[in-house]
Design a binder for this molecule. Structure first.
Ligand SMILES: C[S@@+](CC[C@H](N)C(=O)[O-])C[C@H]1O[C@@H](n2cnc3c(N)ncnc32)[C@H](O)[C@@H]1O
Ligand SMILES: [Zn+2]
Length: 339
């Protein structure tokens, strides 16, 4: 059983969310550009890419890119920005818990602003690690940032902050919004065979007061200077990790047909017609709709039906009726259990 935060919900616009957040956006473009390594021609997978907000940071490299998200609406918006698919640009609807890629087929994986939606984060970290061959940029919303620590002291939440388990820090959060203990994530990725090559602290100056008084360009310059300097004291609300595989093997970048795999059984997919693929392993069929391959597993329709009443614990913690953000629903997996 997995929780999915549904950005296809008609009432919510993620593009609108970014109106007036130029500082945060520029700060993240800077972090991405400074962490991504050059010198590879392998695939980049932007996992939970949304509308492809951060693509300007990596499209210039001319490497093959796959945009991946659960939301068809956001993938459609990404396509409107970055053009139709071709042999080195794909749009794939997928569930991060069941990634439809072959093991080790993706050179560089990006997971930005997604971890807070993932109660099954252990499962997702393992999936991303499985498909990533060489490099992984991972953004972790952390619970030990400077403001959280100050608040924690005042509210007597010190123990909660020190505990390795993720928590929802915001009192206003009406949906899944997890903040992690950085060391627990560092431990997890190290166990999966990754080396922490570099870290950035981001959105360090995210304050309405500063935004009003300091111009955008100045604020972004200052932020860019601070990102690596404040990483060691874990100052900002998010930590961006550049991870390198401890033992990476240099293999040529696979072509499109060698990248995709069945999300259910990881079997090979064969193209039947222009817009249909079938899995050799489990015979499941997948279709392409509006030039987006729908490789979501479990199938979203069954997920929505299956969700009724099964996840009372999460629904009661994150009621969605007055929720200004995207809604969360439960997805059932036939093969794996939630962690
Ligand atoms: C806050 S947005 C971030 C989008 C983009 N990375 C950015 O930084 O602008 C979170 C994205 O994660 C996607 N997402 C959340 N849970 C997912 C899951 N289980 N599988 C695939 N995508 C997921 C949502 O659809 C949404 O586009
Ligand atoms: Zn299959």
């Amino acid at each position: 059983m997995f929780l999915i935060t549904d950005y296809d919900d008609g009432a919510y616009s993620y593009q609108d969310y970014w109106q007036g957040r130029d500082y945060e956006h520029q700060a993240e473009l800077h972090a991405m550009r400074s962490l991504l390594r050059s010198g590879s021609d392998g695939w980049i997978a932007d996992l939970g890419c949304g509308f492809g907000r951060l693509a300007p940071a990596y499209l210039a490299s001319a490497r093959p890119v796959v945009f991946v998200d659960h939301s068809l609406k956001l993938l459609d918006q990404a396509q409107a920005r970055y053009g139709p698919p071709h042999s080195t640009r794909l749009y794939v609807a997928a569930n991060l818990n069941h990634l439809p890629f072959r093991t080790g087929s993706i050179d560089t994986t990006l997971l930005i602003r997604v971890m807070h939606h993932l109660p099954s984060y252990n499962r997702v970290l393992r999936e991303v690690s499985r498909i990533a061959q060489r490099e992984w940029i991972l953004d972790v919303p952390q619970k030990l940032h400077a403001v959280a620590q100050a608040r924690g002291l005042l509210r007597g939440q010190w123990r909660t902050l020190r505990d390795p388990a993720p928590v929802t820090l915001s009192r206003k959060a009406t949906q899944v919004f997890l903040n992690y203990h950085p060391q627990s994530i560092e431990h997890q990725v190290t166990k999966l065979g990754w080396l922490i090559r570099d870290v950035r602290s981001t959105s360090n100056l995210r304050s309405p007061w500063l935004k009003q008084r300091v111009g955008l360009n100045r604020l972004v310059s200052l932020e860019s200077w601070l990102q690596s300097r404040l990483a060691s004291v874990r100052f900002g609300p998010n930590l961006w990790y550049a991870l390198s595989r401890l033992e990476s093997i240099d293999t040529p970048a696979p072509v499109e047909s060698e990248v995709l795999a069945c999300p259910q059984c990881q079997g090979s997919l064969e193209r039947l017609e222009e817009d249909t693929m079938v899995c050799w392993g489990c015979s499941q069929r997948f279709i392409r709709h509006k030039r987006i391959w729908d490789l979501r597993w479990p199938r979203p329709d069954s997920e929505l039906t299956a969700s009724e009443g099964v996840d009372a614990k999460f629904w009661s913690r994150w009621p969605s009726n007055s929720d200004p953000g995207p809604r969360t629903y439960t997805s059932h997996s036939t093969t794996l259990s939630q962690e």
